[in-house]
Design a protein around this ligand. Structure first.
Ligand code: NAI
Length: 260
């Protein structure tokens, strides 16, 4: 994989998985354009401060970002402790607004990679809410939407990642005539600043999950998979969700189907 001279936009570049992704991209010769609400100068050639929960900030970002870039890596995300409205706005509505608003400025052949989560594995049970969220055009409607669909703080994280996996599948061929692909990566628990927030919200269930795992993941486990999906080496992978979780997704599948 070489990214020599390729320009890649990475959201969530200031911490955790996003920061590691920027570091590896730089090592492979990419020109990295970082986006985050928190400023950083580490491993980015250019930095844009933006709040992905705010549509005005996102629209200003879209106007300011350079055209002709080769990738948009949507890594930024909030844990459930941030509250349902913020989680839905950043993890889903903001991500979609940025992607749909920026796609015209991407170069033909570019790759879009979304970071979802192991938390998305039950998406089949959330179809009505997933269809309904697609109709939200005004960020101000987020709270009403959450109330209507019983999406509280704890549920919000799962819901946004479920909807993201489905949105990625649905857009498997949306930009095919331009050679633009979109895929996602679903990490299991990863040692970053937000891991403690997940464990706090998920409580006993998370503790049980962690018992069957040999270890938590690290950003070094996840970033290479994101980069693979951004590279030409994954050219025929479209609309796919790759689990990167030490086997946890498959463990849950086996457990649910009496196959342990
Ligand atoms: P992190 O907290 O280290 O990094 C998240 C980054 O997103 C931060 O730099 C933060 O400033 C940025 N961000 C948050 N809200 C923003 C906003 N409104 N506008 C702009 N930037 C914003 O967390 P981590 O773990 O690196 O998370 C990256 C992605 O991986 C997220 O989408 C998360 O949901 C996902 N993920 C993380 C897991 C974990 O256990 N750490 C597990 C599964 C998925």
């Amino acid at each position: 994989m070489s990214f020599l001279g390729k320009k890649i936009v990475v959201t969530g570049c200031s911490s955790g998985i996003g920061a590691k992704t920027c570091e590896l991209l730089k090592q492979q010769g990419a020109i990295v354009i970082g986006v985050d609400r928190n400023t950083t100068s580490l491993n980015v050639d250019e930095f844009f401060q933006a709040d992905l929960s705010d549509p005005r900030s996102i629209d200003a970002l879209i106007a300011a970002l350079p055209a002709g870039t080769d990738g948009l890596l949507n890594v930024a995300g909030l844990p459930p402790t941030s509250g349902a409205v913020s989680v839905v706005r950043v993890n889903l509505l903001g991500l979609k607004r940025l992607t749909l608003g920026y796609v015209d400025k991407l170069a033909d052949g570019a790759a879009i990679v979304n970071v979802a989560s192991l938390a998305a594995l039950g998406w089949q049970d959330a179809i009505p809410a997933i269809k309904a969220v697609d109709k939200i055009t005004n960020f101000e409607d987020t709270e009403t939407f959450c109330n209507k669909h019983n999406i509280d703080d704890a549920r919000s994280y799962f819901f946004t990642k479920e909807a993201l996996v489905v949105w990625t599948m649905q857009n498997r061929w949306t930009w095919r005539n331009r050679g633009i692909r979109m895929n996602c990566v679903s990490p299991g628990p990863v040692e970053t600043p937000i891991l403690k927030d997940f464990l706090e919200t998920l409580g006993e269930r998370a503790a049980e999950d962690m018992k069957v795992m040999d270890r938590a993941g690290t950003p070094e486990d996840i970033a290479p998979v994101i980069i693979f999906l951004a590279s030409g080496d994954s050219a025929w992978i479209r609309g796919t969700n790759i689990a990167c979780d030490g086997g946890m997704f498959n463990h849950v599948q086996c457990a649910m189907n009496d196959l342990l």
